[in-house]
Design a protein around this ligand. Structure first.
Ligand code: SF4
Length: 117
């Protein structure tokens, strides 16, 4: 497990304790992807929000990496994250909680490249 993925895994706990949940802007997308990929071994595939949602989140983040993200990309990131609340077990629920904290506290970093002037 990388330092970056630990940073995201600890986000929710940090958020509860002291609201110190901002990630480095430069590495934000990479950090989130590293975190999501680190969760693959835990995902059993029994429910859709987690099984399909995590992979979909990664593909949406790829759009940020290759510069093709739009407001719709960000909107879908939010929707898929919300859907993780319907996961059957704590694996998907925890991924969803962490992603909600990421979006809540680093939204401007994901919004900046896709906002319309
Ligand atoms: S949330 Fe739990 S049950 Fe659903 S796919 Fe993930 S690990 Fe499996």
């Amino acid at each position: 497990m990388t330092i970056e993925s630990r940073d995201v895994i600890n986000l929710f706990e940090n958020w509860i304790l002291d609201a110190d949940t901002k990630l480095n802007e430069m590495d934000l997308v990479k950090n989130i992807k590293t975190y999501l990929e680190s969760q693959h071994p835990e995902i059993c595939g029994k429910c859709t929000p987690c099984r399909d949602g995590v992979v979909r989140l990664e593909r949406l983040l790829d759009k940020y990496v290759d510069g093709t993200a739009t407001l719709d990309t960000l909107s879908e990131l939010e929707q898929i994250t919300y859907n993780l609340r319907a996961s059957r077990c704590s694996v998907g629920l925890d991924i969803g909680k962490n992603m909600e904290v990421v979006l809540e506290n680093n939204y401007h970093t994901l919004y900046k490249p896709v906002k319309k002037y």
